[in-house]
Design a protein around this ligand. Structure first.
Ligand code: 5AD
Length: 349
């Protein structure tokens, strides 16, 4: 296994057969070696910087019915909320004063926010905070809508592909189309966004073969960011009784992604932090270099319940920035509050 890890480290590539070989046969010793290699590659590209992004979850209405997700349309127990434009801008203002220079606006697929409303929100944020980057994460849209958001000033777009296995995708996403999701990612790239893809780790029916497809897909797509996190059941969903994914498996995949895409911006996600108090630290050690604290107002934050137990202990709130910073510094990293663009897309270009 060590020679396969060396090959991945030196060439930043490994074919499907060898990736599967590696995933099927890793033991504790070579897992540690994999993490060390990934950590070296992260350091060579980004030194010890960990970028912080302020996350604003502005609506939990959603028209989709993803089997795993707590804000799926059919979940009538979800307590729905929407933030107004003024509410969203107030979150940005608070974040700006705390030092954030990237705002991630995330929400369910909510038709209430027409393209016009989204563009209005984006252009207002851009005029108030011109040096900040804005990331949108609001699901699948047409090419024209993506283009309009881009022209309004959006810099980046996150759309996890969730899984690159068509059969698994179809099972998990009733009435959605795998092809359309992939189309969205390529459209976003064509338009000029810095794009983020990613997948869930430890879903029911998911195998190492599926992860190999995800990894090969990412290598081909060459996204600027990759978000992955463990599956965590939410009790009011059809997958509510399935076991969670694991921190260890997520960290192995984080390391592989870092080695396949050396310059990628790779978050240690909230889901990782939810499974274990040291989950995010382990993610950073495995090659991650981004953390996304929550700027969503405290009175609605609980309602964005994609899964149970979602990290909400106070130190998740951006207001507790000092605690977050201390944790990151304690782990041996340096907090970087700048825009944190991808190395190929430094600002101003
Ligand atoms: N467990 C883990 N991740 C989840 N997501 C949604 N529901 C869950 C869950 N139960 C992830 C999806 C989505 C992102 C915003 O949250 O990957 O893209």
């Amino acid at each position: 296994m060590k020679s396969l890890i060396d090959q991945l480290y030196h060439t930043n590539d490994l074919d499907a057969e060898n990736l599967l070989q590696l995933l099927n046969n890793l033991n504790d010793k070579n897992t540690l070696y994999l993490h060390r290699c990934a950590d070296k590659v992260r350091k060579a590209n980004y030194q010890d910087k960990v970028y912080l992004r302020g996350l604003i979850e502005f609506t939990n209405y959603c028209t989709n019915n993803c089997l795993y997700c707590g804000i799926r349309h059919a979940n009538c127990k979800a307590d729905r909320y929407r933030l107004s434009k003024e509410g969203i801008i107030a979150c940005c203002r608070e974040g700006y004063h705390l030092g954030y220079r990237t705002f991630v606006l995330q929400g369910g697929e909510d038709p209430y926010y027409t393209d016009q409303k989204i563009c209005d929100i984006i252009s207002n944020i851009k005029s108030d905070f011109p040096e900040c980057a804005i990331t949108l994460s609001i699901g699948e849209k047409s090419y024209d809508s993506f283009k309009r958001y881009y022209d309004a000033g959006t810099d980046r777009y996150l759309l996890r592909h969730e899984t690159n296995s068509r059969e698994l995708y179809d099972y998990l996403h009733p009435d959605m189309s795998y092809d359309n999701r992939i189309r969205c990612l390529y459209d976003l790239k064509t338009i000029g966004y810095q794009i983020g893809a990613g997948f869930i780790v430890g879903l029911p029916r998911q195998t190492n073969e599926d992860f190999v497809r995800d990894l090969r897909f990412l290598k081909e797509l060459q996204p600027h960011m990759v978000g992955i996190g463990p599956f965590i059941p939410q009790k009011d969903t059809p997958l509510g009784r399935y076991p969670s994914g694991t921190v260890d498996k997520t960290c192995i995949l984080l390391s592989m992604i870092r080695l396949l895409l050396p310059k990628v911006l790779l978050p240690a996600t909230t889901a990782l932090g939810t499974l274990s108090p040291i989950g995010r630290k382990k993610g950073l050690r495995a090659g991650a270099n981004v953390v996304m604290p929550n700027l969503t107002p405290a009175n609605v934050r609980d309602k964005y319940s994609l899964y149970d137990g979602k990290m909400n202990t106070g130190d998740e709130g951006a207001q507790f920035l000092a605690i977050i910073q201390e944790g990151i510094s304690h782990a041996g990293y340096i907090v970087d509050m700048s825009r944190g663009d991808h190395l190929d897309r430094q600002y101003p270009i």
